[in-house]
Design a protein around this ligand. Sequence first.
Ligand code: PMP
Length: 385
Amino acid sequence: MMTNAYAWIDQSLATIHKAGWHRSMTTIDRPGAIVQIEGRSFLNFASNDYLGLAGDDRLIQAAIAATQTYGTGSTGSRLITGHRKLHRELECAIARLKQTEDAIVFSSGYLANLGTIAAIVGKRDLILSDQYNHSSLRTGAIVSGATTLNYAHCDLQDLRTKLTQQRSHFQRCLILTDTVFSMEGDLCPLPQLLDLADEFSCMVLVDEAHATGVMGKTGAGCLEHFGCTGRSLIQMGTLSKSLGSLGGYVAGSTTLIDFLRNRAASWIYTTGLSPADTAAAIAAIAIVQHEPQRREKLWQNVALFKQLIEQHSLELLPSESPIVCLQLPDIETALRVGQTLKDAGIFAPAIRPPTVPTSRIRVTIMATHDREHIEQLATSLSCVV
Ligand code: PMP
């Protein structure tokens, strides 16, 4: 008798449960520093909405107006029927923010990484990837078919060793790195990494998902933060974190962007970004550029949190961003601390393997948190750990 072809899924799921790796979703009413979960109010320290723009009325009104003008869907790929004036407006706004010649928007940051990496390297090429890079960079590397080696987290000596040993065996070489590491909150050593890439004639793709709108004086990201604006590299990012919308982008030279329009399968063969998401992102970029006080408030909140945590003698992973992680010994402790915080009205869930190598509570600070919110978090953390 034939066995049920899908029975393995039950077994696999049981293994996931047994390892303590099973994930479930939390229903949140709407974005904000305070959110409702199952009818209860929580301080939200788990959102990527760093500037508090996802609920901003100007983004909402822009999305409504664009929907009224252009309809709900883009109806086709950008190269067939899905291209609107609005898309180009957004791409020009991104290029201005990033100070690059041009930009291209994808349906998500994940797809931007997949499509771009697979377009620029292939099986004769080498990828060197930080071991803690985001899943979309790692999956992009697999999809590309290039030989991929991980280097130790932010370890330029290890990167140099691998380049010295391997570079000459391959045609092109691409270095992949997050600029702000999403599950740690630390930064890649960008200026030195770019120097190393020049020395070994490598391309560099940086993932600015958590840097866009947050890092740098004008919110342009880590190139601005490190004084590297104008250097040759490929910058990707997302519209879904501090820009409060949905979609991904790649910013770079005119030729790179034109090349991606012709070679990035995850852009060519998918429907253009919705008018609502596109318009919301345009409105968000204008706010990022015209309201630096939001970024200033965000950094004040980050400084306050770190200062309070130090007073309570809690140990944090090194962080230079609004992502701050409290390292915990194991999955059980992380889940217990996450639940105790939740009981105290604080939403800052445990992040655990396989998402990250070690269990932790990951806190993200927002510009829209008040001083009392931050104080409450620090006090609660000091009581439960
Ligand atoms: N890169 C990083 C570092 C991310 O954190 C994320 C989102 N979790 C992405 C890429 C993917 O972006 P998006 O959510 O727009 O697909």
